[in-house]
Write a protein that binds this ligand. Sequence first.
Ligand SMILES: N[C@@H](CCC(=O)N[C@@H](CS)C(=O)NCC(=O)O)C(=O)O
Length: 85
Amino acid sequence: MTFKMPPPKISLFQFESCPYCEKVRRKLKEKNLDFEKINVLLSRENPIRKDLFKKSGVLTVPVVKIGEKYIGESQRIIYYLEEKF
Ligand SMILES: N[C@@H](CCC(=O)N[C@@H](CS)C(=O)NCC(=O)O)C(=O)O
């Protein structure tokens, strides 16, 4: 008998108009992964942006949260998605 782990919850912190975010959205769709988009504010002083920096170590978006893991930098995210899914 085999058990399948449920896929982890994926959140994408992003700007809709950001090309790096678009690259990540495309990869998530290509992998058929469900994800929620969280549009962040432009100001790095925004508490959500500050928290993202604390958790991912990256000042820019996109940042993905996969399960409890935060990953920033679009190319790192793409590599991670390629490796895990
Ligand atoms: N090297 C980064 C570049 C990401 C980037 O430049 N994101 C811009 C939006 S397109 C950003 O977060 N700008 C807001 C800021 O720098 O605070 C990546 O590939 O993820």
